[in-house]
Each structure stands twice: as C-alpha cells, then as structure tokens.
Design a protein around this ligand. Structure first.
Ligand SMILES: [Zn+2]
Length: 331
C-alpha cells in the first residue's frame, strides 16, 4: 500500500491533525489509532512513527531516507513494535520495553517510539504495566497504540492517549480498485471487507489458508441448500477442524457473519454486502429463521478470540448456534 497517497486521499483529517501537531511542536506522547477491521492501522502507525525520526521530513516522513528504510526493515534501534494480531501482548513484553526505554536513545533522532498494534489484545497484567508507563511520560518517548475495537480498550488507556480516528473507506471503491488489479469479482467483494489495499488482497489470494477457507465456505453454503448432513460434515471437516490459528479464526467468524448477514439482509429485502454471491445464498433464504439472534451471539463470541480460547471448541460452538436455525425438510 502506498501509505502516503492513502493518507492524502482517504484520511485527510487524520493526516492534517497529526501534521499540525508535528509542525507546531505539540505532539502528544501517546496516540490511539482507532479504525475498523481491515484498516491499515499498523501501516499508519509505522508511517507516523517514521515521521518523528525521518531525516528529511516534509513535514511527514519521506519514506526513502536511511532511517525510514531501516524502520521498514525492522532495523531501527529506537522503535519497538508489538503486534497484537499475532499473539496476546504480555506483561513481560511491556516491562522489557519499558526497561529498554530507560536508556538514552541510540539513533541520532533522539526519540524512543513504541507501537502496540491492537491494544485490545494486551493481557490485563500488560495493561496495568502500560498504564503506569503512560502516566509518567518521558520527554522523548512516544507511543502509537492501535485498535479495531475501541469499546474493548479500557477507559484509562483511552483517556491517556490522543485519539486519531481512521475513517472507513468506501467498499465499492475498494472493490473497483481490486478488480482493476485483476482480482476476480467474488474475491474482490469478499476481501474488501478485510483489506483496503488491492496489493495486499492480491498477496492474500495466493495464500493457501484464504483459498481453502473461501472454497470451504462455498462448499458449505452450496450443500446447505439441499443436504444438511453433507453441509454439517463440510463444516466440521473443512472448516472447524482445519483452521485452528487465532488470526484464521477471526477471518472464519467474519466470513460467517458476512455470508449469513447477507442471508438475513436478503430476507429483509436489503442490499447484500456480497452481491456476487447472491446465487449461492438465495436457496438458503427459506432454510433459515431467526438469524438475527444467532448472528448477534456470534458477534459477541468474536470478542472472545482475544482470550486464550480453544479455536476448535469455539468454532464448533458457533456452527451449532448457526445450524440450530436451519429449517429441515418435512416429508
Ligand atoms: Zn525518512
């Protein structure tokens, strides 16, 4: 993703807000980037961090100087990045970071920066350590926290940070950009809900987990139209027992919510969010009732992924919630 043009065209307000703080010397010691799933939060956080140490800022990062390039490569000594999308961020990591920030900066910019991506995925102990650190800001220490779910970030963190809101981008536009890049319509519609960058979408298209997940859902939905037992078997064999990693779990649940949310939308005469899947979904309109409650329950359960839940058990539970609304044929 070209983050510079993305910020210029899609997030002008955020860009202006940060740029004027930078130019006027009124930088906050901690920022909270809040946006929807799929927003390039980590990329924005890295770019803003670069802007604080860039050798030739104008006034934001130029992305080409030696410092910017080393940040891209993870070789800049004074920036630490913790990625909560990969694993829960633990107290020991926060304490280790705080200890290393007691020292003076190594790089000539003289600033120490940490990025906590998806701060809702910190353990409670990690949050407590972080709070103490946020309460006593050191002169040249800066933090960029990100969240896809601000309601799950405790108020004491929110109140100690300056919020930068990342606005949702128009889905139709992302789909159009993706199709321009040669991505098939069905994948473009599906992936636009998770990624806003066509290049990233292209990379995901080459990932085995995405292809097998998409195909598994297609098989599952097609079978549901006529053969409950087969559909149930596909859910277990191709989805529940196959995907056990946390990052895959989110994607599966999001796909569930998208497809079945569309069945509900079509039942209510509303526009689906995946128009190219309508032919697969239409036969299912008469197969489900009360999806509203089931989907609400699944949405709530999605929040549990951050805890150390057992992926197989959780998915199994969610498919039971969904399939109990299935209307069987009566002979
Ligand atoms: Zn630079």
């Amino acid at each position: 993703m070209n983050i510079v043009s993305y910020l210029q065209t899609q997030q002008p307000q955020l860009r202006r807000q940060f740029q004027s703080a930078l130019v006027s010397g009124h930088l906050s010691h901690a920022y909270l980037l809040s946006g929807e799933t799929g927003s390039p939060l980590l990329e924005i956080a890295k770019f803003l961090a670069k802007s604080l140490v860039c050798e030739h800022p104008s006034p934001l990062a130029d992305n080409v100087c030696w410092s910017c390039l080393r940040i891209d490569d993870g070789n800049y000594a004074d920036i630490m990045i913790f990625d909560g999308s990969l694993a829960t961020i633990k107290k020991e990591e926060i304490q280790g970071m705080e200890a290393s920030f007691e020292k003076t900066p190594i790089e000539k910019a003289g600033r120490l920066i940490y990025i906590l991506h998806l701060v809702e995925n910190l353990t409670i102990e990690a949050v407590n350590s972080l709070l103490k650190f946020l309460e006593e800001p050191h002169q040249e220490v800066y933090a960029f926290l990100t969240t896809e779910n601000e309601s799950k970030v405790i108020e004491t963190i929110v109140s100690r940070t300056q919020k930068l809101r990342v606005l949702p981008v128009d889905l139709n536009m992302i789909v159009a950009l993706a199709i321009d890049q040669g991505i098939p319509l069905q994948d473009a519609e599906l992936l636009a809900h998770f990624y806003q960058d066509p290049h990233k979408m292209k990379a995901i298209l080459e990932e085995d987990f995405y292809v097998s997940m998409r195909d598994a859902f297609t098989h599952f939905l097609e079978a549901l139209a006529s053969n409950y037992s087969k559909a149930h078997y596909i859910a277990i064999d191709e989805i529940i027992e196959r995907f056990t990693q946390k990052e895959h779990l989110r994607l599966i649940i999001d796909m569930m919510l998208l497809f079945f949310g569309d069945i509900l939308a079509l039942q209510n005469g509303q526009e689906p969010s995946l128009p190219s899947y309508v032919n697969i979904l239409k036969p299912l309109l008469k197969r489900f009732a009360n999806l509203e409650e089931a989907l609400l329950e699944i949405t709530l359960a999605r929040g549990q992924i951050d805890l150390n839940v057992n992926a197989t058990l959780l998915l199994d539970h969610l498919f039971i919630i969904l399939l109990k609304e299935y209307i069987h044929d009566h002979d």
